[in-house]
Design a protein around this ligand. Structure first.
Ligand SMILES: NC(=O)c1ccc[n+]([C@@H]2O[C@H](COP(=O)([O-])OP(=O)(O)OC[C@H]3O[C@@H](n4cnc5c(N)ncnc54)[C@H](OP(=O)(O)O)[C@@H]3O)[C@@H](O)[C@H]2O)c1
Length: 348
């Protein structure tokens, strides 16, 4: 068992980590970090729990800590998960890397640095080799998740790479939990759609190119494709829906497209890896956030991307996808990255 700490344990993403790490076979969650005003308070009493079940027993009586490397050293922490806002993450994650810790982060603070990988293991696990370069420079390393809408998009695009992706036009319908807690004011989002999410469209564009890029001699060469993203916040609790229009170099039948997506290889033997990374729905009105965001069972519930509504229109491929923003788009992907890193010797 590895001892793990969680930074940002009280937020929307932090709570998802707490939920997913319960009874985890590799990771023992021992330290919960949040803002200093919560220091010393019992997690079960102080957190505003957002998930359907109750605060899990294993963390109820843990005292919330403020960020302090000495506490992590005292608790013999081996691995750190981070669900911090990016400004805070920049400082704390950098400090931890310098102190030799492996950090698996959800924040955007380091995502676009040349030696920091954004990893979605079914898509670009070889990018994790960049951790070796970081280790030589700093002692520890940071592995990041992509932005939540990007993770679903690249999982669906990756099987299409072999047909040559020239252009992608993606329109998102993003859930409220993607903005954290308390996030968007209820008066702004109730009965409404907001056609703006700060920095989101740029993140989708640059992160997709990096993730779909190739690892060569210690560097990532970004994938060349045109990509236009338009992002909206919608009054949905969990699950980002995305309409995707793709121009491929090759002329490919819808059957072949679906087959390629369905055949995206799962990772063997990792507790959080879904057996089917992409699930295809053939009904006219799916995927839907309410019905499809939490497909699957056990530890990999919510880790699959659900895709449907395939069509060939005027030489373009069109489909919809759904990704659970705090699971595959966040905590679940970070846990899967850590499982992969442990199994393949990047973490000892
Ligand atoms: N929500 C999503 O779907 C999603 C998806 C992908 C990536 N992300 C990224 O994940 C990160 C967390 O997002 P979130 O949605 O969980 O945000 P959130 O609900 O606002 O939670 C932020 C967390 O960080 C803690 N925190 C803030 N300042 C701190 C400090 N100085 N020291 C220690 N802890 C501090 C907060 O503690 P207090 O409660 O004590 O203030 C809280 O636990 C962000 O970088 C976000 O961009 C989120």
């Amino acid at each position: 068992m590895k001892n793990v700490a969680l930074l940002g344990a009280t937020g929307a993403m932090g709570q998802r980590f707490v939920d997913m790490l319960e009874n985890h076979p590799y990771f023992d969650l021992r330290v919960l970090v949040a803002s200093s005003h919560r220091r010393g308070k019992k997690y079960g009493k102080d957190v505003h729990w957002l998930l359907g079940n109750s605060v899990p027993d294993y963390v109820k009586d843990l005292e919330i800590m403020e960020f302090n490397v000495k506490t992590l050293e005292k608790e013999n922490i081996d691995i750190v998960f981070s669900a911090l806002p990016s400004e805070v993450a920049r400082e704390y994650e950098g400090t931890l890397r310098e102190k030799g810790y492996p950090v698996f982060s959800n924040s955007s603070a380091y995502r676009m640095e040349g030696d920091v990988p954004i990893v979605i293991p079914e898509v670009n696990r070889e990018h994790i080799k960049l951790t070796k370069i970081q280790k030589e420079k700093y002692g520890g390393f940071i592995v990041t998740n992509s932005n939540c809408s990007t993770s679903g998009l690249v999982m669906a695009l990756y099987p299409l790479k072999k047909f040559g992706i020239e252009e992608v036009i993606v329109t998102t319908y993003q859930a409220i939990s993607g903005a954290g807690y308390p996030g968007v004011a209820s008066l702004d989002i109730c009965s409404n759609v907001i056609p703006y999410i700060k920095n989101e469209e740029e993140k989708i564009r640059r992160e997709s190119r990096k993730i779909l890029g190739t690892y060569e001699n210690g560097k990532i060469k970004s994938y060349k494709m045109r990509i236009i993203a338009s992002c909206a916040r919608v009054p949905v609790r969990d699950g980002h829906l995305e309409s995707v229009v793709v121009k491929l170099r090759e002329d490919v039948s819808l059957e072949k497209i679906k087959e390629s997506m369905e055949n995206l290889k799962p990772l063997e033997g990792l507790p959080t890896a879904p057996k089917k990374p992409i699930i295809i729905r053939d009904e006219d009105n799916r995927p839907q956030p309410l019905l499809d965001a939490c497909m699957g069972n056990g530890k990999s519930k919510g880790m699959s991307v659900v895709v449907g509504r395939f069509a060939n229109i005027e030489g373009y491929l069109r489909f919809y996808l759904l990704v659970h923003n705090t699971i595959r788009g966040g905590a679940g992907n970070a846990i899967l990255n850590a499982e992969y890193a442990l199994k393949h010797g990047y973490v000892r």
